[in-house]
Design a protein around this ligand. Structure first.
Ligand code: PLP
Length: 473
């Protein structure tokens, strides 16, 4: 009894366990999940050593081991040799999707990578809808089942538009998708088997992290420098294990903002060729033709898949994009898409193509990217002293916080002052250490005066520094 009491006193987590249950280990795993939901256990909290918890609860060590294994299988905890078992961070279920984090109505939300709001978008959608509604032949076509690769006419319109924008492709190289996220998923689901390894910048788009996790892929983080993924680090990884695919965002990495030079791209292509890697190039964050380097798919067409989406140009709710792929991979991609949903809906493609052909999308691009450039200039005016990393036409900036700010404190403090941001955690691959940094999106506010107000609040906070009270020990 004394052992149990002593153990109970030392346990930092002491679940209430009904010992009459048949499967005690499942009850324990359920209790752990409930305690995470209620906030009793928080990300990063350490669970008691197994032997200690077994003594404290008066159950066998085997019961605790099975419960811990079950919790890890459910993605609730992570165990590391030498440092025990902890509650997982932001990734306890899935990486948090910034798109889905609806900020409070009266705050200044700088957390979302979304196009700048403009009522012209709904007006143009109305025009496209009525255009479609008055065209019986187009209506008949969208009612029919579509081919897996997507409607041929729509692929031709998209290929022509992309080619006009210096992204030369042919219709037969494209498979239509429900946006960029779907293209990410499709490429990895069709071409990589569970358990195989993919690699990306150590801080990357959370949607990619989610796909790798959903598909049971091994996702390896590659350190970066001011030009993005470091070739020597990639090469070392390739020497150690078989990597199937390298995920890149060469124009500006989401979230950290690095732009890859031509020589960096060539160095990565060289490694990809020597170690036979596929390259998945995510170009959802649209960049103007005169601001772009040569896309990977033009440098290594035989192994590169290129993702395009209208989400950052038109709006994310439209769900329309495409994957450009080498022709020899198209049948696997088509088979996978067919298994998922047969094909993307023809009606969405018809609307988008009408929009692309009308020239309205180009007008929207001209307006939006001029506005983005001005907003980036505004950001540099307020935060330039802190050296944010940003593309001059990018939707966001990456800010490494000055000491002694910690990202979580800065995000919380900004929130108290009405500004919503995202810290680095959701962007980290695996257990890669999260830098003390935040992502600041310049596009969500309708008016740049609102952005300016938010930036001025952030600038004041940075200048003042954190107001730490010493912890009571
Ligand atoms: C790099 C990147 N890839 C993919 C996506 C998802 O794109 P979509 O909304 O078209 O699915 C996003 C959205 O923010 C993104 O930033």
């Amino acid at each position: 009894m004394r052992i149990q009491e002593k153990a109970r006193a030392r346990c930092q987590w002491l679940p209430v366990l009904d010992k009459n249950q048949d499967t005690l280990y499942l009850a324990l795993a359920d209790q752990l999940a409930a305690d995470i939901t209620s906030g009793t256990l928080k990300p990063g909290d350490q669970l008691p050593p197994q032997r200690l918890l077994a003594d404290a609860l008066g159950v066998t060590l085997g019961t605790i081991s099975r419960a811990y294994r079950e919790a890890e299988r459910r993605g609730l905890t992570e165990a590391k040799v030498g440092s025990g078992t902890r509650i997982r961070g932001m990734q306890s279920d899935e990486p948090k999707f910034h798109h889905l984090s609806k900020a409070e109505a009266d705050s200044i939300d700088l957390s979302l990578s979304v196009p700048i709001p403009n009522p012209i978008r709904s007006e143009q959608l109305a025009v496209s809808l009525s255009h479609l509604a008055s065209n019986p032949e187009a209506l008949r076509q969208v009612l029919a089942y579509q081919p897996e690769q997507g409607n041929l006419q729509q692929r031709e319109v998209l290929a022509q538009w992309l080619t006009q924008h210096q992204l030369s492709v042919t219709a037969d190289e494209l498979i239509l998708t429900e946006g960029g996220q779907h293209a990410d998923f499709l490429a990895m689901q069709a071409l990589i088997r569970p358990g195989e390894a993919v690699a990306s910048a150590a801080l990357t788009y959370p949607g990619m992290i989610a796909v790798a996790r959903q598909l049971g892929l091994k996702h390896l983080p590659i350190p970066t420098d001011e030009e993005g993924i470091k070739p020597d680090a990639l090469e070392r990884l390739c020497q150690q294990q078989k990597i199937r695919l390298l995920y890149v965002m060469p124009e500006y990495n989401n979230p950290t903002g690095e732009h890859m030079s031509h020589s960096r791209r060539m160095a990565l292509v060289d490694i990809a060729r020597r170690y036979d890697l596929l390259i998945l190039e995510d170009a959802v964050q649209y960049v103007l033709p005169n601001q772009r380097g040569t896309p990977f798919y033009q440098l290594a067409p035989e192994r590169c898949l290129y993702i395009f989406s209208v989400s950052k140009i038109i709006e994310g709710g439209i769900r329309f994009g495409a994957l450009r792929a080498p022709k020899n991979l198209m049948s696997r991609l088509s088979a996978s898409l067919r298994a998922q949903c047969w094909s993307v809906p023809g009606i969405v493609g018809a609307l988008v193509c009408q929009w692309l052909e009308s020239g309205h999308v180009d007008a929207l691009i001209d307006w939006q990217w001029q506005e983005v450039k001005e907003r980036q200039a505004l950001l540099h005016r307020y935060l330039g002293n802190y050296a944010p990393v940003a593309h001059p036409y990018g939707f966001h900036a990456w800010l490494n916080l000055p000491e002694p700010w910690r990202a979580v404190d800065f995000v919380n403090e900004a929130k108290k002052h009405g500004v919503i941001l995202i810290a680095s955690d959701p962007f980290c691959v695996g257990s890669y250490p999260a830098p003390q940094a935040v992502r600041i999106c310049v596009t969500p506010p309708t008016h740049s005066t609102t952005l300016e107000k938010g930036l001025s609040i952030l600038s004041d906070l940075l200048e003042e520094g954190p107001s730490h009270t010493a912890p009571l020990l």
